[in-house]
Ligand binder design. Sequence first.
Ligand code: CMP
Length: 138
Amino acid sequence: MERTLSIIKPDGVAKGLIGEVARRFEKTGIRIAAMKMIHMTKKQAQGFYAVHRERPFFDSVTDFMSSGPCVVMVLEGDNVIARNRELMGATNPEDAAEGTIRKDFATDIEKNVVHGSDAPETAAFEIGYFFNGLEIVG
Ligand code: CMP
């Protein structure tokens, strides 16, 4: 059993996609173990994306992620990191496969509706960034 962090980004929340994204997880047997709405400050977004701090898109992505509410979720299931990434599709919606969340709803590489952890170590950091143990229902 594995856990990963999912974020419905400000564009996804603004487009009314909370239910649609959660439905796609639940439909494929992924369990939502925690879920809440947050509105990050710029500093909180910078902390979350700290691994990208040297990248040219860092300022823009942290502006965007602090521009409105996000829904953060802990997802649980066998191989859920990879399964979530498959449901999301490629980071750039132009490269995303048919039927993926990003292909269906994303605007561009920044406004790409969802975030998902890419490895067990990043999942552990990202889950701990938003949730304490009491908030995750085992
Ligand atoms: P995410 O998986 O949340 O991780 C970092 C985010 O930065 C990424 O999704 C994109 O939304 C955003 N981003 C913007 N420009 C780029 C880029 N050129 N390469 C990768 N990520 C980018």
